[in-house]
Design a protein around this ligand. Structure first.
Ligand code: SF4
Length: 441
């Protein structure tokens, strides 16, 4: 029988069972999945990565856009198939899809045993939860970790369903985050990714002011092993001069800023409720470039928003061409029930949306190729993610300008033994659109 509950800890999974977790969606979900795994282990369950060999599988779903929902449903169907073949006993569906469509899922998929929705995780105790995981049980390698500093989003963009799925914006306390970071530092982690829907709003609820800058200074002061602190998801209207100065000044903070701009046309910024104008956006990008030498800006854009004319789209193309963003992601607008944009007039036909997406990505591919090419001959520090030995052994790593599984990689040739987590100087010898090749020095 299907039960719906919001608290994972209330869901009884018989002690000692082999449990696997499948994570879908963004890195923020990955943090929750990692915490669920830690909780399960503490409760006495055995963690397995072999889904077909598990007694119970928890799938942490995403429902951000149509594509993500499809992936979530396909995964549930695959698990149902395994259950029918007798390879799996219980299926638990958690996360955003379960939160948004719990009733429909329970009616449609009778083989699913429990639907949990968005987890009310005990954020103040995350270190204890996650540190129980052994090598190979977690969802990230031991040399890097995500640190989620806030839940849900402070903003209400008209096209986005996330705030209504996730509920109220909640920041963790500085003490709790610093405690987690100290624990990770003691375990030898080399890179942490500070993550949240909008980390630049951190503290607005509990401290009544933006506190990311303060938090970062404390993190930098207490860490020894951690060499890179990466910031994921800044909301343009919330980026302060103090924050830009701190990124510029603190060596450990990656000169990489992920700042989804979504569009550049004034009337679309306004209809999206982004709290920023075209002029302010351009000024912000210029300020980042001027104050943080070598800064790599990753941004994302939505094409085909309601009311986006060909002229607006060309304005976006010109902006991308003129600015030469180092990293760009783009997606087509997905009309989501329950959002303000759903009922806006002038919805753009799917064929035009696709055409615009392809044109934007083709433009960015050229820009990215030039950006990567300009690194040939430079010496860059590379964090090794996958070490391969032997004469033909080419290890995989990243520079501080690359986020794991989002940006490119560096193929590192080395005559000496490298290990995951090593940070080595590499001379760049070749490049392609997104990746680099080099020799460890
Ligand atoms: S900043 Fe806007 S688009 Fe991003 S999660 Fe928040 S509401 Fe959604």
């Amino acid at each position: 029988m299907i039960r719906t509950t919001k608290n994972f800890n209330q869901e009884r999974v018989a002690q000692g069972r082999k449990v696997g977790v499948i994570n879908l969606g963004c890195a923020r979900n990955l943090v929750d999945s990692q915490t669920i795994l830690g909780n399960l282990k503490r409760q006495g369950h055995r963690i397995t990565t072999d889904i077909a060999g598990a007694d119970t599988v928890v799938v942490n779903t995403c429902a951000f856009i149509e594509e993500a929902r499809k992936e979530s449903v396909d995964t549930i169907l695959d698990l149902i198939e395994l259950k029918k073949q007798g390879k799996l006993k219980r299926i638990v569906v958690a996360g955003c899809l379960a939160q948004r469509y719990g009733k429909e899922l329970s009616e449609e998929f009778k083989e699913v045993d429990a639907i949990l929705g968005v987890q009310k995780l005990d954020r103040e105790n995350i270190p204890a939860q996650v540190s129980t995981l052994s090598e190979g049980e977690g969802l990230t390698p031991r040399h890097f970790a995500y640190v989620k500093i806030c839940e849900s989003c402070y903003n209400r963009c008209s096209f986005c369903i996330i705030p209504s799925i996730k509920g109220k914006f909640v920041s963790r306390s500085i003490e709790s985050v610093v405690r987690e970071v100290k624990g990770l530092d003691a375990q030898g982690v080399r890179e942490i990714k500070i993550i949240g829907q909008d980390i630049t709003a951190y503290g607005m609820d509990i401290y009544k002011e933006k506190a990311l800058d303060r938090l970062l200074k404390e993190i930098v002061a207490v860490t020894q092993n951690i060499r890179w602190v990466r910031l994921l998801y800044a909301f343009p209207a919330h980026v302060t001069d103090e924050l830009i100065d701190t990124i510029s000044r603190e060596e450990k903070i990656c000169k990489y800023i992920d700042i989804p701009l979504q569009h550049i046309s004034d009337h679309l910024l306004q209809s999206m409720n982004r709290s920023i104008t075209t002029r302010q956006t351009i000024d912000l990008v210029n300020k980042i470039r001027a104050k943080i030498p070598g800064a790599h800006i990753r941004t994302s854009f939505v094409v085909g928003l309601p009311g986006e004319t060909e002229e607006n789209f060309q304005e976006l193309m010109d902006f991308v061409r003129d600015t030469s963003f180092e990293r760009v992601g783009a997606f087509v607008y997905s009309r989501e029930e329950g959002t303000a944009a759903y009922s806006m007039p002038e919805q753009v036909p799917d064929t035009i949306k696709r055409k615009r997406l392809n044109a934007l990505m083709a433009l960015q591919q050229k820009i990215s190729r030039d950006v990567q090419k300009s690194k040939i001959g430079r010496r860059l520090d590379v964090l090794i993610d996958e070490a391969r030995q032997g004469e033909e052994g080419i290890s995989l790593g990243r520079t501080q300008y690359d986020a794991h599984e989002v940006d490119g990689v560096v193929y590192v040739h080395s005559t000496r033994k490298l290990n995951p987590g090593d940070i080595v100087p590499v001379e760049i010898t070749d490049s392609c659109e997104y990746d680099l090749v080099g020799n460890a020095l």
